[in-house]
Design a protein around this ligand. Sequence first.
Ligand code: ATP
Length: 349
Amino acid sequence: MVAIDLDSVRKAFDDAVALEDVSLSVEEGEFFTLVGPSGCGKTTTLRTIAGLSSPTDGTVRFDGEDVSDTPVEDRNVGVVFQSYALFPHMTVAENVRYGLRFTDPPRGLTADERVEELLELVDLPEMGDRDPDELSGGQQQRVALARALAPEPDVLLLDEPMSALDARLREQLRREIKRIQRELGVTTVYVTHDQEEALAVSDRLAVMHDGGVEQVGTPVEVYEQPATEFVASFVGENNVFSGVVVGRDGDELAIEIDEKAPADHQFHVVDPADHAVGDHVTFCVRPTHLDPDASHNRFRMALGAAEYLGGTTRLYGEWAGREMVLRLPEPPADDTLTVGFDPAAATIL
Ligand code: ATP
């Protein structure tokens, strides 16, 4: 188990800057996720940790030791990529054994014993003699995981390992990966563009955007207290408002929304910081906190599309030129709806 530190990492290609000033610390044994939209720099960050890509500037440290120029084969990392990348002409067992090409099997085991142990771990015992094309996609990815784990790596790096699988299989495999990670205690960095998956599996996650890190935190911290407008909208859905502080009463701000809102319309929002009258603030309210029965901060929106999600309905609406989203058990009959929210349910960004 090692801790990983990235310190002000920058990566420039000929025609693009993939990473700008990325600093991150992954603790020993942690399941850490890099999440963000396509092109934000997740894979480049992972490749930099692996030693498959060297930073243009900045440092990568494993347990405090600078490994920025250490090649991948000397870093003791296991990597699993998007595509299964198994060798089709080798059996499952031979594919797993390939993971031992740079090192002897650990703990004095023979290679055969180690392969058997790994196939047990990923729940594919008795499958060693099969060819990869005789396995399902999810099983193939578990073989790739076994291969990456073969040398008992200090760090496990997973780059969208489930993107080729269907939704149900993804959920199953992610629980499996999490179980294996817990069992081994290996420091793990996981890349996904799927924010729901990131919340579900991670001890902590870093939300990336445009080559930089927007926020690092536990799933609850990132969801409940998004640090930026990007995080607020990317991780789960959100309703984002901005305006000017026109009054303060105790810990509550009165905020006047811009000119598209009805004249003199004010929202009252709890402010844990110390914004003053005249400040511009942006805040967000989760869809589940927009409530037709709330007594505070009421406003009437025009309703648009409704999506039945099983047990709940997602409703889109519009208020003051902004798209709104909320959740209700069932769609209202009208094409307008008045909702409100508790001042403490809003988060100032
Ligand atoms: P995705 O989810 O689509 O895989 P990502 O978040 O992993 O995206 P990266 O693959 O790290 O993003 O790419 C970040 C940026 O760097 C992108 O603009 C990409 O086009 C650019 N980039 C990545 N690799 C190279 C390369 N070898 N040469 C030039 N540009 C690159």
